[in-house]
Design a binder for this molecule. Structure first.
Ligand code: ADP
Length: 373
């Protein structure tokens, strides 16, 4: 139904937001578009219905090239309804007026036809009793339901939702999402920019994660939410907050490192004992790297290898904390537990962590473990 190739958008005097978006949306699909703010999700939707002019690329709707100057843009646009964050209702018209003006003016419907259809739609969105109200007499959730009904009154083939619940009081989010769910069950094709992850997961046939100017990763809700393949998707889905500290050589500032760990832990409300445990684990690993066995040889190897990167990852979604040590492969034997004779350090580390594992990727070795909480 919609095909997009190499879509790019740079705002005049503004940022390059989209660099190379490629996709196809089929009839009946429900696509949720997720990703951090400012990654062009809204711009992408607005390019689809030409509210923004793409800088480059091609868009076909039902095999018609919509950027071809010969295309009837208005007719194409009518096939695509759009629901905005801020409702955009006509304030001076009643609810019924809002729903009938489009069909009467643009679809040549008679007043009776338009009103009959409007009442059906109002019933569907639960607002049959409000046809004579003005928008400012309605709550935000009700106004957004009117906006959805108004959009449906034009018989669109696809509806684009641009963060339809983000301007709403939290108590009103679910009434709007329920209406969108009903449309989904009826088979309406939809593309929805949303921050409501649970909703996106339940309702969508496919998820686009946008970042870096492209559809960075796409997949079924299960693929994206259970098993995201790429680093940024993973960080976004698990709402991972991370802390990185580079230990360059054996003269690193031990107290600075310990206090930064404490700061990161405090910021994310770790318990004092958990912060202590992380500090102790880091200290033990550094012991293994630098202080055990043939001290001088180890220190030299360590310093020559470029040191070690410590990352702490805290997932707001699962509350899990992962501790990673990433170093040059030449430190593998130092990090490698089996080759280490010091049972005590390892016993301490294993008592405080789960899932201790070492992996080698390219020329780096990564030792990672989950903190027991
Ligand atoms: P998202 O929907 O992912 O939050 P947007 O598409 O709204 O992202 O915005 C992407 C970037 O484009 C932002 O940096 C935003 O400031 C910029 N932007 C959006 N609209 C305009 C505009 N009309 N003119 C200039 N810059 C814009």
């Amino acid at each position: 139904m919609i095909r997009v190739e190499h879509l790019a958008k740079t705002y005049s005097n503004g940022p390059t937001v989209l660099t190379d978006v490629n996709t196809e949306i089929k009839r009946g699909e429900i696509i949720s578009i997720i990703g951090p703010s400012g990654t062009g999700k809204s711009t992408f939707l607005r390019c689809l219905n030409l509210l923004e002019k793409p800088s480059d690329g091609k868009i076909w709707i039902n095999e018609q090239d919509i950027l071809d100057p010969k295309s009837d843009v208005n007719a194409l646009r009518r096939k695509m309804g759009m629901v905005f964050q801020s409702f955009n209702l006509f304030e001076h018209m009643t609810v019924l007026g809002n729903l009938t003006i489009g069909p009467i003016k643009l679809l040549n419907a008679s007043k009776e036809q338009a009103e009959t259809r409007a009442r059906e739609l109002l019933k569907m969105v639960g607002l049959a009793a409000k046809e004579n109200s003005f928008p400012d007499e309605l709550s935000g959730g009700q106004q957004q339901r009117v906006a959805i009904a108004r959009c449906l009154s034009m018989n669109p083939e696809i509806i684009l939702f641009d963060e339809p619940t983000s301007a709403l009081d939290p108590t009103m989010v679910s009434e709007v999402l329920s209406v969108i769910r009903t449309l989904a069950q009826e088979g309406m094709t939809m593309a929805i920019v949303t921050h409501e992850m649970k909703f996106a997961r339940d309702v969508s046939t496919r998820i686009f994660y946008m970042d870096e100017g492209i559809i960075y990763e796409e997949g079924t809700p299960e693929e994206i939410f259970e098993n995201p393949k790429r680093e940024k998707t993973r960080a976004f889905i698990h709402r991972i907050r991370s802390f990185v500290y580079h230990i360059e050589n054996n003269d690193y500032d031990f107290y600075d490192l310990q206090s930064k760990i404490e700061g990161f832990g405090a910021k994310h409300f770790f318990q004092a004992q958990e912060i202590n445990n992380i500090q102790l684990i880091v200290e033990e690993i550094m012991q293994l790297c630098l202080k055990e066995g043939d001290v001088q040889e180890r220190t030299e190897t360590f310093n020559k290898s470029g040191g070690l990167e410590l990352t702490l990852e805290y997932s707001e979604a699962s509350s899990g904390v992962t501790i990673n040590f990433i170093a040059d492969k030449s430190l593998k034997t130092i990090l490698n537990q089996t080759e280490n004779s010091d049972g005590l350090s390892l016993a301490i580390i294993s008592a405080m962590t789960d899932d201790l594992k070492e992996t080698v990727v390219d020329d780096k070795v990564r030792l990672s473990m989950g903190l027991k909480r």
